[in-house]
Every structure is written in C-alpha cells, then in structure tokens.
Ligand binder design. Sequence first.
Ligand code: PEP
Length: 249
Amino acid sequence: MRNKIVAGNWKMNKNLEETAALLATLSAKLPDTGAEVMVAPTFVNLPGAVRDLESSKIEVIAQNMHFAENGAYTGEISGSMLQSIGIDTVIIGHSERRAYFGETDEILAKKVTAALARGLRVMFCFGEELEDRKSDNHFAVVERQLKNALFSLDAGAWSKIILAYEPVWAIGTGETASPEQAQEMHAFIRKTITDTYGGSIADNVSILYGGSVKPGNASEIFSKPDVDGGLIGGASLVADDFIAIINAI
Ligand code: PEP
C-alpha cells in the first residue's frame, strides 16, 4: 500500500537560526495525519535539522546529491556524506536543477542509480514545461523523463522510489494544475509504470503533485485518487501554511 507524503522543499531559503525556528514550530504543531512529513533544508543546515528533529516524526531529506562517491567535484556532496549525517532520502531531478544546473536525463539516471546503490530513498521530480503542454506534448515529455531516468532499474528498486510530478509552469508561479489535470497525469504515470513493471509496482509507488500547492487548494488536489500527497515549495516556508497543507492530506 502506498504512503501519503507531504514534503517541503526549502530550496535556498532560511539561515541557521531561521531553519531552527521553523523546525521548532513545525515539530510543536505537527498534526498526526498518518502521512509521512519531510522537510528539505539547505545542505549547511542538514546536520542541525537532523539533530533538532531527532525525536520528531518529521524526516529531514536532502535537495540533491552528486553521483560520485567522492573526488574532485568542488562544491558537490555525495550520497555517503548525506548518510553519514543521518539522511535517508534525497530529492533528484528538481526542475530548478534541470533548468539552472544543466542536469540532463542522463545525469539524473546516474544520480538515481548511485543513490539507490547506497540504499537511499529517491524522490524523483519531473514534469513538462508550458510549451510542452501548449503543444500537447506533455504526456510524451513525462514518459521520456521517467523512462530515461528510472526504467532501467530492477523492479526491486521501486520500493525506494517516490515520484513528484511537478509541471514546470506551476512551480513558484501561483498557477496550479487543476485537480483534474493532476489526476489525469498521475493516472498516466501509473499506467506507464504498469506497462513496464506491472500493476503491483505501479499501485505501490507514491506519486506526489508539486506546483503552487497552498492551504486553499491542497484538499481538492489531494482528494484525487492517484495523488498521494505533495511536494511543497513556497508554502512550506510558512509554518501555518505547511501545517494546513499537512492537515489537508
Ligand atoms: C517546488 O519547487 O518543488 C514547488 C512545488 O514550489 P512551489 O510550491 O513554490 O510552486
């Protein structure tokens, strides 16, 4: 049975003090919904966050990792380094990494393989751009992104995969996919996985929606049968908004 998940991607926001303050408020107000709750602070704040949340049910996850184990990659961080500070889950393929840091399907496939080889859980992000949707190519783009990064994996690896469908045109823009658009794409994703790996794997993978989820639209999006939660950017930086979105699950 797949899990419900609400994850906050804090991107390059919140310094040390601000991170500690937001974590303290979230821990104190965390509702017991049965859903997994995760937050992804910046790299420098990960060790402190892991310590601060030691006795909390909120999981601290990382926003990115390099595929190499170690070596001459200035400014990069490896999966084993993340594990050494107590991180079990890493986001890979966020659209900002693809757009601003040149992360191609090929690079992302290497990252996914490296993370899984270390036993990390992967939250894999993907989604079409506005032009793709306008030209009716959105299904083909999503299928290509999934196939290139994930469809060489063994069936067993899928227990460590969480998917986050994030249409690029909805990220940070205030423009949300309608609940029907989200459901339509999530059902397509599940069917695409079924066609390659079978129904049992497809039914058990959590597929999150991301893109301008707010307290006002979360319930309707989360009510769709193939939407298993959300990856939240801007609204996860405001404790009351993030708590309201967690409650919506
Ligand atoms: C994101 O960056 O993953 C995201 C969904 O951002 P926002 O909620 O701000 O659109």
